[in-house]
Design a protein around this ligand. Structure first.
Ligand code: SF4
Length: 372
């Protein structure tokens, strides 16, 4: 699946129902997305910026580092010593918007935190959890996930019948996963059912791709009967997982501090998790929403690598890591406030989700192997 493809005909646009409620909170945002992120400048914006006259035009061009053909790095705004976009003023407002208008902002600045995925017959849009205004909406949902579907011109591309069929198979598998994610059941039971379902879905998908006679002698393996949750919440698994996360490139020190603190208190986190879940009972829907969010955003990427089960594993591990950090927060502060939960979610998303190497490694992290 690619992020941008030639668009040619009428198709659907699917969006989570909360999407339309999103508003950037601008200067009220505690973690402005123009601080600490490298911001690419697309070619159309770059061409326009070349034509902007006067002092502001000069300053605009001086703020952009050109594309580097050798490293493949695209043109981007040069961050200042405090990692701020040089066009962010003291009130945290964008000077491109103020001087030239919203439609002249670089594509990524207009889009963020929205993301788009294209399919044969349409497009799916979503909001990234790394933005605090989006996280607020994502966490607040109650009940089964709801989507708005509209028709629009130019959001679809011609795919082969086989491509469309594969997409539909995956969409229907994802719907089954959504239903499981929102069942009224304890989190661990739900995680086990999601894991077993993902394993069965992987087999179905493989059969579809490689329709060879089945190995009739195939026995049930330990992995078929083992509990994903039991394996995940073992100290050895969590130690390996946190070491993996600490080994990734880290953007902000608060994330390293959080992971290091949690790692130091793992035995206590495991021992007190049930008590935390009791105390946090009224908010368990947040974990359903996170499972749904990660499935919606990442599951269909299996079209690119056929790794269906890994995409579910990514959703499970991501949600469980956020829960682990919640337990740590609860142990450290005596409660997990709504704001603390938003901060944990956006830090996880910022550090993990926007780096493909990270998501691939987490998706492939074998929880059940850690039992051996
Ligand atoms: S992180 Fe979200 S709320 Fe904050 S400035 Fe960016 S888009 Fe706006």
């Amino acid at each position: 699946m690619r992020q941008t493809r030639e668009v040619i005909r009428m198709g659907y646009i699917r969006r989570p129902a909360y999407y339309k409620a999103f508003r950037c909170i601008g200067s009220d945002c505690t973690e402005n997305c123009c601080i600490g992120w490298e911001i690419d400048v697309d070619e159309d914006s770059l061409a326009y910026y070349e034509t902007v006259p006067g002092d502001f035009g000069e300053r605009l061009r001086a703020s952009i580092a050109p594309a580097d053909a050798q490293t493949g790095e695209p043109a981007h705004f040069r961050l200042d010593a405090e990692e701020r976009c040089p066009l962010l003023n003291d009130c945290n407002l964008c000077e491109v918007l103020l001087h030239l208008g919203e439609d002249k902002m670089a594509q990524i600045c207009t889009d963020h935190p929205r993301y788009y995925e294209w399919f044969s017959d349409g497009r799916e849009d979503g909001l990234g959890l790394c933005c605090e205004a989006a996280a607020e909406l994502i966490l607040a949902q109650i009940g089964a996930p709801a989507f708005d579907v509209t028709e629009a011109d130019g959001v679809s591309e011609t795919g082969t019948e086989a491509e469309t069929e594969l997409e539909n198979v995956l969409f229907s598998m994802r719907n089954a996963l959504f239903r499981l994610a929102c069942e009224d059941a304890p989190f661990d039971d739900k995680a086990d059912r999601l894991y077993r379902t993902a394993k069965a879905q992987q087999e179905q998908y493989d059969d579809l791709l490689f329709p060879f006679p089945e190995d009739e002698d195939a026995d049930e393996t330990d992995e078929d009967t083992a509990s994903w949750s039991q394996a995940f919440w073992r100290e050895s698994t969590l130690t390996s997982l946190l070491e993996m996360l600490l080994g990734f490139e880290i953007n902000k020190d608060d994330w390293r501090t959080l992971l290091t603190g949690a790692k130091a208190r793992l035995p206590e986190i495991i021992a007190r998790r049930e008590a935390f879940l009791q105390a946090y009972q009224g908010k368990h829907h947040e974990y359903d929403n996170l499972l749904t969010y990660f499935l919606y955003r990442h599951f269909m990427k299996a079209l690119g690598d056929d790794a269906v089960q890994d995409k579910v594993q990514l959703a499970l591990v991501s949600t469980a890591v956020i829960q682990l950090l919640d337990v740590y927060e609860w142990l450290a502060k005596g409660e997990v406030t709504h704001w603390a939960q938003i901060c944990i979610c956006k830090a996880y998303s910022r550090e993990i989700e926007y780096n493909e190497d990270n998501t691939e490694q987490l998706a492939a992290f074998s929880v059940l192997d850690e039992m051996e």
